[in-house]
Design a binder for this molecule. Structure first.
Ligand code: WTA
Length: 651
């Protein structure tokens, strides 16, 4: 289980450490090591006392909670008996504190159109949208699927759901109709919110058409709310089912109050890939998640009043949920939101935005950084990036080369880099440097945040020695932890809580060095990380096998300079020639089944798949083949693994 061969090998250069700049050691939220140590000590010795104080101070309560944490692994409840509302915490309380004029969202569309929404304006829009949801028959506990471009309305619909206790399930707008239908059906969604289209690299993607295809297979969905974003002509609107956003939202009064909701009311579900074929709906609840997103945002990004913060993620992923919407807005931050591609109209778009909006805090992904390196420094050098004071990274380990480039070219060597390790399941950042106190080492996510107790254990559940790899687990509950998998309690227990009893199993491998710093070493399961997106190899295999020409398929990750990992597929076929036409057809098929992000980068035909004597596909061998470490050769011919299979011992 702890086999990490085939994962990206980082060139570790642990000798280089970068101390926090003086500006941070003086002013940051955590500006001294003793302050951090004290918070960690308090959180571990008096967990309830620590979180009681945090929750009382940083969330608004309609009714106070009477118990801080009810923990009976794997079940947990936080702030039991309390009533709060995430939309209220993100909007109303700032407006009521006289900060309604402060800019909440600065938005730029890919074609260059712009919008600016103050906290007061955003609250009005959210209240209108929430009233429209009610008019469409949505109430507390109903699931709303959201398949939208990165427009302010995406944040608005999320917060509108939160306002009335509806459960949002955001589906990244790159997923296929099949994937949308699967998610609608699993969640029993009642409403789908979408747009006529999406701008991407100068083209328009017809989102509503994709949704129509999905709705033909989504029996629980009653209505579809459609935003006019691109002004596409001829959008088919089905009578009685489809409604335009401007017809139903704009006419509302905008004064619908936030509903007091029990702390453990489901705030959202977000589908992510696990080690089996079917994506799982990770369930997060109101109070604990909200507090965790907010406090981790303030701690890690050292949030200050004058900041212009930009997280380049899409709201279709957890990073967008926690660090575009719930975290920063709860903290009253001014957030830049951008709709499109980083290389449209040119490769300097991000740097143009940083300069134009005087962004102070930039949170992006290593895969993007590697693309910028490839595109050339001239695109960066054209712009004045001196407004930046802090840089963040998320989604996968950042390789030291990319780290150094980010540090030198973007940070002008004086911005701390926070390499944040976390997961959809953890709700928010778990390990990260704190910019005022942590000396950083390129490639390490350094140390846990207060209240987080990581353990690295072997297969028997025993702690491993320093610098040895092992399974990364979390021993104590934290407010932002997942509460379950939507509709699948058994899988929740099986997946996260049965390997090491009493501890949350992250699915990542890690080691801890002599300074106590953590280094993430990749996954222990069949999850691959392609451009920071999580995919299960089995999910892609199932998509391939659903094509009539495919008998068997095996999918593995292989190292890729840009994406971190690329998808390599091996298939055996029937009744067809193994030619380029079929290869293209199969790649298209996966695209249609899951989405473009799952399309195999390499697709090889094999006469047989190499298997152990017990019939298990030899993934380690395929990873070697896929990364060119063995065999290789002409990919248009059939690969014959039969000899190897016969010679090899069981894995
Ligand atoms: C990986 C994204 C190394 C890891 C927030 C994790 C990372 C998975 C890092 C979660 C990091 C994320 N260093 N690996 N800083 N951040 N990962 O659910 O394997 O999309 O388990 O959440 O991404 O991906 P997810």
């Amino acid at each position: 289980m702890t086999d990490t061969s085939g994962q990206i090998d980082h060139v570790l250069n642990e000798d280089r450490t970068f101390p926090p700049p003086a500006e941070f050691t003086e002013k940051a939220v955590f500006s001294s090591k003793s302050q951090y140590d004290e918070a960690c000590k308090r959180a571990s010795e008096d967990r309830d006392g620590f979180w009681k104080e945090e929750a009382e101070k940083h969330l608004h309560w309609f009714e106070p909670f009477n118990q801080v944490c009810r923990w009976d692994a794997p079940n947990v409840e936080w702030f039991v008996g309390g009533k709060t509302n995430a939309s209220y915490n993100c909007l109303d309380r700032h407006v009521e504190a006289g900060r309604g004029d402060r800019t909440a969202i600065l938005w730029e569309g890919e074609p260059g159109d712009t919008r600016c929404l103050s906290y007061a304006e955003l609250r009005t829009e959210v209240a209108k949208c929430a009233a429209a949801l009610q008019e469409l028959g949505i109430g507390t506990g109903d699931v709303v699927s959201v398949y939208m471009p990165m427009t302010p309305e995406l944040a608005i619909i999320m917060l509108a759901c939160a306002r009335i206790g509806a459960v949002h399930s955001v589906i990244f707008a790159g997923f296929s109709a099949e994937s949308i239908a699967d998610r609608n059906n699993d969640a029993k969604a009642k409403l789908v919110v979408t747009a006529d289209g999406l701008h991407r690299r100068g083209k328009v993607l017809p989102l509503k058409e994709t949704v129509d295809e999905a709705l033909a297979k989504s029996p629980t969905v009653e209505k579809c709310l459609v935003l006019r974003r691109v002004g596409q002509d001829g959008v088919a609107m089905q009578e009685g089912r489809d409604v335009w956003w401007h017809d139903v939202v704009d006419k509302q009064s905008g004064d619908l109050p936030a509903k007091p909701l029990d702390s453990e009311t489901t705030l959202f579900i977000l589908y992510t890939s696990g080690s089996t074929g079917k994506p799982k709906g990770i369930r997060h609840t109101t109070a604990g998640y909200n507090l965790w997103a907010m406090r981790t945002f303030q701690w890690v990004f050292d949030h200050r009043e004058e900041d212009v913060y930009w997280c380049t993620a899409d709201c279709g992923w957890i990073t967008g949920h926690s660090y575009i919407v719930y975290g920063p807005l709860s903290a009253g931050a001014t957030c830049l939101m951008y709709e499109g591609a980083p290389n449209h109209p040119a490769e300097d778009r991000f740097w143009d935005l940083v300069e134009k909006y005087k962004v102070t805090t930039l949170y992006t992904a290593p895969t993007a950084i590697r693309a910028f390196i490839k595109w050339g420094d001239e695109h960066v050098e054209k712009h004045d990036l001196s407004s930046l004071r802090l840089l963040g990274s998320v989604g996968e380990g950042i390789n030291p080369e990319a780290w150094m480039w980010y540090h030198e070219k973007i940070g002008y060597e004086n911005c701390p880099i926070v390499d944040t390790w976390w997961q959809t399941e953890t709700g928010g950042i778990m390990m990260s440097p704190l910019p005022g106190i942590t000396a950083t080492k390129p490639g390490s996510c350094t140390t846990p945040l207060p209240g987080i107790v990581p353990k690295i254990v072997d297969e028997a559940g025993k702690p491993v020695q320093q610098n040895n790899g092992g399974m990364l687990c979390i021993a104590e509950p934290w407010p932002g932890m997942l509460r379950g998998i939507w509709g699948d309690e058994e899988r929740f227990v099986e997946q996260y809580w049965s390997t090491v009893p009493g501890m949350y199993l992250t699915g990542d491998n890690a080691r801890q060095d002599e300074d106590g710093y953590y280094w993430i070493m990749g996954r222990i399961d069949d999850v691959i990380n392609v451009s920071g997106h999580r995919l299960s190899t089995i999910e892609v295999e199932s998509a391939l096998v659903s094509h009539e020409a495919v008998c068997e398929a095996a999918v593995v990750g292989r190292p890729d300079d840009l994406k971190g990992q690329a998808i390599a597929a091996f298939v055996t076929i029937r009744d067809r020639e193994p030619d380029d036409a079929l290869r293209t057809e199969l790649r298209q098929h996966v695209r249609k089944q899951i989405g473009a992000l799952a399309q195999p980068d390499d697709l090889r035909f094999a006469a047989t798949l190499p298997k152990t004597r017990s019939g298990k596909i030899m993934r380690r061998l395929l990873r070697d083949v896929a990364s060119g470490r063995e065999i290789g050769g002409d990919t248009s011919t059939l690969e014959d693994f039969s000899v190897i299979a016969k010679l090899s011992e069981d894995e």
